[in-house]
Design a protein around this ligand. Structure first.
Ligand code: IMP
Length: 193
């Protein structure tokens, strides 16, 4: 079975991606390969950050690996927080701080349209390539649900009547930005067999 390192320390993401890719590849986390420390993500694009994170792992291991970078792009805010979604409320902020900031900015806003966008960068035999996934929805006026992470409690995907945080993981994975990007990665890996 092909081994791939996933450049993340986020347990939620690791669980999500393992659920999708688990049968096709042996997924190794950073901890599994003894890598520690914060991976730099200083680019101003999702693609740039995904490449930077994957390269960081590749330079230290020489192994095939991939990284993802996600942004929540809110139409009424000109695409913000976008690539800055993780640190929207400032350095060392929590998911809750970010949600509070976004809800504050969206107060009174009638255009609630938003989308999550994920770019995955795979480095295979030293060569990078990209896979993208998106999901469109709206920003709710308050939090609903306790599943998932990040902005999940205030994001409701189109054609659903519940937030991401109210869905079982399998349902979120089947329609989410990261789920779709990882499904494309899985399809690519499958072809190579
Ligand atoms: P990352 O680049 O994948 O780490 O994502 C950046 C930020 O986007 C995270 O810190 C979360 O706040 C948010 N985010 C990423 N994926 C999700 C998701 O599936 N649900 C909700 N928020 C997410």
């Amino acid at each position: 079975m092909k081994e791939l390192i996933f450049a993340t320390n986020n347990k939620h993401k690791l669980a999500e991606v393992t659920a999708i890719l688990g049968e096709k590849v042996k997924l190794l986390s950073l901890a599994d390969v003894g890598l520690e420390g914060d991976i730099p993500e200083t680019s101003d694009t999702l693609q740039g950050n995904a490449l930077q994170k994957a390269q960081w792992v590749y330079e230290r291991t020489g192994c095939d690996c991939f990284a993802d970078d996600t942004g929540l792009e809110v139409e009424a805010l000109g695409g913000r927080p976008g690539v800055y979604s993780a640190r929207y409320a400032g350095e060392h902020c929590t998911f809750d701080d970010n949600i509070n900031k976004l809800l504050g900015e969206m107060e009174g806003q009638t255009n609630r349209k938003a989308r999550f966008r994920t770019v995955v960068c795979l480095i295979e035999n030293g060569t990078p390539q990209y896979f993208e996934g998106q999901v469109a929805g709206i920003i709710l006026a308050e939090r609903y649900g306790h599943e998932g992470f990040g902005y999940d409690p205030i994001f409701m995907p189109d054609r659903f009547a519940v937030s991401f945080a109210e869905m079982p993981a399998e349902v979120k994975n089947s329609i989410s930005h990261r789920g779709r990007a990882i499904a494309k990665l899985a399809e690519y890996l499958q072809q190579g067999k």
